[in-house]
Design a protein around this ligand. Structure first.
Ligand SMILES: [Zn+2]
Length: 292
C-alpha cells in the first residue's frame, strides 16, 4: 500500500517542481521594478529648447497650457533616452498630440461651425502613442526628474539605477548610498557656486571603487577635499574621490577598475559621511550621471 502511494506522490512533486517553480520564478521576475531609468540626464540644454519652443507655439496658437516637461518626458521614453534623434520638428509633432480639435455645429437660422481646441491630458497622449505600461511609468519618472534647469531635478527618482554600460563603473557598492547633491549650479550657505561632482551619502568605511583602470596621480590631504584621490584614465579623463576616511593607494600606483582605493569618510569641508565623486575630461568637470 505504501509503495503504490509513493509513486503518485513523487510524480506530484515533479509536477510541482516543473510547473509551479517556473511560474513562481516568472511572477517574481516580472513583479520586479516596473520602471527603470538607465541614463541620466537626458536632453542637452540645446535640445530642451526644442520642447520649450514646441510647447509655447502650441499654447500661443490654441490658447492652451501644454507643458514642455510632459513632451520632453514622453520623448525621453520614445527616443530611448537617445536625443541625437531629437529635433524641433519632432517636438512639434509630439506637442500636436496634446491638442484636440473639436468641431461644434450649431443649427440656428444658419448652420454655424465653431472650432474649439481642447488640451489632451498626458495619459491619453501616452495611449495614443501606444506606450506600454512600463513606458508610461518611465514617463512619469522622467517627469519627476525634469526641473527648472530642464535636465534633472534635485532628486533622483527611486527607480533610477546606474547602467554601468559606459566606460566607468559606479564608485560605491549597489544599494549603499544615497545621492544627496547633484552636479551643477547650487547655492551653499547663501553663496552661489557650481558643484563639480556628485555627492553620495554613505556610511563611514563604505568601500570606494576605482571607476576605471588608471593611474593614481595625486592622493593625500587636499585642503577642502580632505583625504582625496585623483586617478587618471585613458582618453584624458580623470576621476576624483573626496572626503575619504582612508586611502588605500599611493601616488603613481596603477589601479584596475573596481579596485577598492579607499573608504568613505567626512574629511575636509564636509558635514557628514559622503563621497564627492567627479569625472573630468581635460580638466573640465562633467556631470558624472551622464556616464551611467
Ligand atoms: Zn560634493
Amino acid at each position: 500500500m505504501a509503495g503504490t502511494t509513493m509513486v503518485p506522490e513523487r510524480i506530484l512533486r515533479v509536477i510541482i517542481l516543473a510547473v509551479f517553480m517556473p511560474v513562481t520564478f516568472l511572477a517574481v521576475f516580472f513583479a520586479a521594478p516596473a520602471a527603470m531609468v538607465h541614463t541620466v540626464p537626458m536632453a542637452e540644454a540645446k535640445q530642451v529648447e526644442y520642447y520649450l519652443q514646441a510647447a509655447s507655439e502650441v499654447n500661443e496658437k490654441y490658447g492652451l497650457e501644454v507643458k514642455w516637461q510632459e513632451i520632453l518626458a514622453l520623448d525621453t521614453v520614445l527616443l530611448g533616452q537617445n536625443f541625437s534623434q531629437s529635433s524641433v520638428e519632432r517636438a512639434k509633432r509630439l506637442a500636436a498630440e496634446f491638442v484636440q480639435k473639436e468641431v461644434v455645429e450649431t443649427e440656428e437660422v444658419e448652420a454655424k461651425v465653431n472650432v474649439l481646441y481642447k488640451q489632451v491630458p498626458l495619459d491619453k497622449v501616452m495611449v495614443a502613442c501606444r506606450l506600454s505600461s512600463e513606458q508610461k511609468d518611465q514617463v512619469s519618472l522622467f517627469l519627476k526628474m525634469i526641473g527648472s534647469r530642464g535636465l534633472v531635478s534635485d532628486v533622483i527618482p527611486d527607480g533610477w539605477v546606474p547602467s554601468g554600460r559606459g566606460q566607468f563603473i559606479w564608485p560605491l557598492p549597489k544599494g549603499q548610498y544615497t545621492i544627496t547633491s547633484l552636479f551643477g549650479p547650487r547655492v551653499l550657505n547663501g553663496v552661489a557656486g557650481f558643484h563639480r561632482g556628485l555627492d553620495m551619502g554613505a556610511p563611514q568605511g563604505t568601500p570606494i571603487f576605482a571607476a576605471a583602470d588608471g593611474t593614481v596621480i595625486n592622493c593625500g590631504w587636499l585642503g577642502q577635499a580632505g583625504r582625496a584621490i585623483i586617478v587618471r584614465h585613458a582618453g584624458e579623463f580623470e576621476t576624483r574621490y573626496y572626503h575619504l576616511s582612508r586611502i588605500n593607494v599611493r601616488a603613481g600606483q596603477t589601479v584596475k577598475q573596481g579596485t577598492v582605493i579607499g573608504l568613505v569618510g567626512s574629511t575636509g569641508n564636509s558635514t557628514g559621511n559622503h563621497l564627492h565623486f567627479e569625472i573630468r575630461r581635460r580638466k573640465t568637470a562633467l556631470d558624472p550621471l551622464s556616464f551611467y
